[in-house]
Ligand binder design. Structure first.
Ligand SMILES: [Zn+2]
Length: 420
């Protein structure tokens, strides 16, 4: 497969040869047919089945569009969405527990079944340029494993088009309702990849017991951990310390993530110590680019060596009307809410939304080395590409064109916002 005439990260036009699921050659556009030397190694060592079998139909005309790595949605709740269904006014109240009860009261009443809803939204995400997803699936005493099974089924339906990592997520806490910890363990046995946790202080009001259950299961099953942290100020910092302690004690550096961390960076006198703590335990972070005062400074995290990714959170669901399956829109929101204007910072937002998240879901993928790093389009990188119309990366993020082609593992999986 050859992708002709694309501009990696907005640079000079090149042709890319894709083989064995990776980029195997990079040529200046037009050079390949005239016999000029490629810029990468000419012979990639590849495994069985990686032979190039190029026919005329195996050529994608890039038409001078940008080439970017595909997006990774590092934090979404596919199991709660109502995307594509009749709009429903918001009925939630304040606070995580109240919002959870609102979702619990309504999620079964949607116009179509949950598996269909999840599968449709995952397809929409792929069509818009996302091929790696970390989705939560709520597991609690009300839903049991029903929502998890829907996400696992959607993953199976799209397995040729996307890599989906599923987090067993105890949205209702682990200590407030009898049997919650049991359901979490059942979810791991049923195929969840990651163990979730949530607000150990403010929701369960017993951070030691909450984190002992989460990290106990991590140790027992050898799985990564992803903890929602909406806690304010010093309480959030205290929970972060407890999470870091356990991460180091279990040797789980690189396998733990804190989602949101809304208030962690509010006190400027504590930011340096916090960055150091996260880097020491190699705890990653995920942002959903919220509005309001509390934001994750993704450039500072990257500069400190902390992996950071972007996600869409719930999308048009019982929690919030925001979100539409398009990570390009959410990346615009990240850049906008952080007040980025310089091209280098806006491009960094795109790097976070693409390779930043990918290095969380797949720790084998090299993390962003610094704010200027624009990886993902060299020989040996995964052939997971988004071709996007635009003059520069910044202008493309502002314009968010529908002229997109999505490749995953060297195959076109979507074109013009539709699955192929
Ligand atoms: Zn969430």
């Amino acid at each position: 497969m050859t992708v002709r005439n694309v501009r990696p990260w907005g640079g000079p036009a090149v042709d890319l040869t894709l083989a064995g699921g990776v980029i195997s050659k990079v040529f200046p556009t037009g050079a390949q047919s005239t016999g000029a030397k490629p810029t990468g190694p000419t012979d990639m060592t590849r495994g069985d089945g990686a032979q190039t079998d190029e026919r005329p139909t195996d050529v994608v005309d890039g038409r001078g569009r940008l080439a970017l790595p595909t997006f990774t949605d590092a934090h979404c709740h596919l199991d709660s969405n109502r995307v594509g269904l009749p709009f429903r006014p918001h009925t939630g109240g304040p606070g995580v527990w109240t919002m959870m009860l609102n979702d619990r009261a309504h999620w079964r009443d949607a116009e179509i079944g949950i598996t269909e809803r999840v599968t449709n939204l995952l397809g929409l995400q792929i069509a818009h340029g996302t091929t790696t997803v970390r989705s939560f699936a709520q597991v609690d005493t009300d839903a049991g494993l029903e929502r998890l099974e829907a996400v696992l089924a959607a993953r199976e339906a799209h397995r040729e088009r996307a890599t989906v990592q599923v987090v067993a997520f105890p949205q209702a806490g682990l200590l407030r309702e009898e049997g919650s910890a049991r359901v979490l363990e059942d979810a791991l046995l049923a195929g969840a990849d990651v163990i979730g946790g949530i607000d150990p202080c403010t929701l369960d009001r017993d951070p030691v017991r909450h984190l002992d259950i989460v990290f106990g299961l991590a140790e027992k099953f050898g799985r990564p951990v992803d903890i929602h942290l909406h806690e304010p100020g010093d309480l959030g910092l205290f929970s972060t310390d407890l999470i870091a302690e356990r991460t180091l004690a279990l040797g789980m550096q690189g396998q733990v993530l804190i989602s949101h961390g809304y208030a962690l960076f509010d006190d400027p006198t504590k930011v340096d110590g916090l960055l150091e703590r996260l880097a020491e335990a190699d705890i990653a972070m995920a942002s959903v680019a919220p509005g309001g005062r509390s934001r994750l400074p993704v450039d500072e995290l990257t500069a400190a060596g902390v992996r950071v990714g972007l996600g869409q959170d719930g999308q048009r669901d019982y929690w919030s009307p925001y979100g539409n399956g398009d990570m390009l829109d959410r990346t615009w929101q990240l850049a906008f809410t952080l007040g980025y204007r310089a091209d280098a910072l806006i491009e960094h937002a795109v790097a976070v939304a693409t390779r930043g998240g990918r290095s969380i879901v797949d720790p084998q993928v090299t993390r962003l080395r610094n704010v200027e790093d624009r990886p993902g389009l060299a020989v040996g990188d995964a052939a997971d590409l988004l071709l996007l119309a635009g003059e520069t990366v910044t202008s493309a993020l502002m314009d968010r064109s529908a002229d997109r082609t999505v490749l995953r593992a060297g195959r076109v999986v979507a074109d013009g916002l539709r699955l192929v």
